[in-house]
Every structure is written in C-alpha cells, then in structure tokens.
Design a protein around this ligand. Sequence first.
Ligand code: DGL
Length: 266
Amino acid sequence: MNNQPIGIFDSGIGGLTVANAISTLLPNEQLVYFGDTAHLPYGDKSFDLIRSYALGITDFLLKEKNCKAVVIACNTASAAAYELLRDQYKGTVPIINVIDPMIEAVIADNDIHKLGIIATKTTVASGIYQEKLTRRKPSLPFAALATPLLASMIEEGFYNDKISHAILESYLANEQLKDIDALVLACTHYPLIKEEIDEFYQHRVKLFDSAEVVANKLKLILEKENLTSESKQVEDVFYVSDYTESFAKTTAIFWGKEVKLSLKHI
Ligand code: DGL
C-alpha cells in the first residue's frame, strides 16, 4: 500500500499549488494529478454537477490508478462533494479536503480582528466557511466575497499582468472587505496571484492559502495511518480531461520541466 500514489484533483491548474506543496513536504510520495479542464470552472456550477465530476475522478484515481489517499485540491469541490466522497469511501482510503485544514489554521491565529474570505461563487454561496467559522470562533468578524472571474482569469494565463491587476483591484476594493487584517484565499487558484494581492494591501494583510496547511494535514494522516512511502519509485503523472495550453505551461513552471499530460475523459 505504501508505494501506491496519492491522488490529487482540481478543476484545472489551481490544485497544482497544493500538489507542489505536497511534493516539497513529502518528496518520497508519487502523485497522480487530475485537472478536470473539460469542466472548468467549477465555481459557477451546481453542487449536483460538481459531485458527479468529483465521483468520476475519485473513481478513476482509486480504481484505475490505485491511489492510497485522495486530496480534493479545490475549495468548490470540497464544499460540494467532500462529505459525499468521505461517506462513499469510508474505511477504504483517506479523503482530504482543503477547507477544514484552513479553518484550523485561521482559528488558531489570535491576532486577526477582521477576516476576509475570497472564493468562487459556489463556495461562497455554499456558506461552508461562514458556517464553520461562526461555529468554531463566533467572536471573529468576517466577510465572504465571491470573486468569480479570478479562477478563469488565472486558468487563461492572466496573472501578474495589467488585466489581473485591474480585476483584482476592483474586487479587493469592495466595501465588504474594508478593514480586514487577514484574508483567506479560499480557492486553490489564488496562490498564483498571492503576490499581487499582497502588493494591493501593501503587505498589511495576512494572507492564508491552503497549499501548505493541506500538505501538513496529509502528512499527519499518512503517518497516523502508516501509509508513508520510504522512497519514490515512479515519477508523478498528470491527467487532464481536455488539453489546455495554460495547464502545460503551469505544470512546467511548478515542476521545473515539461511534463507529459495524459488525456482522460470522465
Ligand atoms: N480551484 C478551485 C477552488 O479552489 C475552483 C476554481 C474553479 O474551477 O472555479 O475553488
């Protein structure tokens, strides 16, 4: 079991931010990454549709790729499908979502006076962050803002340029986010524009992204379940449900070399 790979999925390139952190923290693990590029963005789709995609991908990762754990490296899919996947695969392999480790990180920080959350429309409308924060730390004021253009913008390769600056500025200037001193990047695509966000706030707002917290959580779970691999036998593999230029580019940036993308329809 220990040499089996770890499955990671997202609608597209966003989850690569998580995969990259996992690969750094757990260099002995082989990763199988799935970017559901044929169906992105997830952020404006219904729960039902996202659930059917998530089930198809998880099935592929477990049955065809024999993964020993699955990381839902997407906030929208975590909001829509985590409980379903967890219950469906109970007692077989650990399923890890990106929302719970982020909530833990935020509530452990006692220096925050007002928290902002930016995410896709579906994540914000699900109310999942709002509900968990209210329950776990009722004293913490927060505001959640849907920023629906950001994931598609990033997926199309617009980051660190004039277009991304203009769009970001118009979202972040929203009255709701006034006076925040911390911001959750509640979409795994957003670490790709973290520096721009940091510049917008002139480094005065603490930014939380899920990559490292999720990698740490996965490490703990693998250790607890005795699933860690001693050495990496096989290279990481990447699947997409549709070939996109930006996916090829971004994997090359993160992995420091061109990687082969295999096509898999789900
Ligand atoms: N990266 C995803 C998330 O964390 C989804 C972006 C999208 O496909 O809309 O929510």
